[in-house]
Design a protein around this ligand. Structure first.
Ligand code: FE2
Ligand code: FE2
Length: 135
């Protein structure tokens, strides 16, 4: 299974959202910071779940995040975040099929919950980006 690949993606999201929270500038800094901060808590929960599951399966949970793409402008940060959330949904959807084939219903249910979280993140980012140029 690609659970370590997914874990590296969760670490990337945590690092990216912490860095974006710090670097954000402009009139929407406070709102966007709150958005990123709320997602960090979710991603941390996902990372812990994945690390626990990898260890339970006898594997070694990775400590390496995927590389975080550089961004200076809020619009760019939101774009990178959207790509990462879409990637997470795609990864967990594939992992869910594997868990089903493997017969691990508990993992399947947890992955469904993580897909629901990432879908909410994705839709929220899409709503922000959809109105970005309408001022
Ligand atoms: Fe996540
Ligand atoms: Fe997310």
């Amino acid at each position: 299974m690609g659970l370590n690949h997914d874990l590296a993606g969760e670490y990337q999201a945590i690092v990216m959202y912490i860095q974006c929270s710090a670097k954000l500038t402009g009139p929407y800094r406070r709102e966007l910071r709150a958005l990123f901060q709320a997602e960090i808590a979710d991603e941390q929960g996902h990372a812990q779940f994945l690390a626990d599951k990898i260890a339970s399966l006898g594997g070694e949970p990775t400590t390496e995040p995927r590389p975080v793409p550089p961004a200076d402008q809020p619009r760019e940060m939101l774009g990178h975040a959207l790509v990462a959330e879409k990637q997470a949904i795609a990864n967990y959807t594939e992992r869910l099929r594997q868990a089903d084939a493997f017969g691990d219903i508990g993992l399947k249910v947890n992955l469904e919950s993580q897909i629901a979280d990432e879908t909410r993140h994705k839709e929220e980012l899409e709503r922000v980006l959809a109105g970005w140029d309408e001022r």
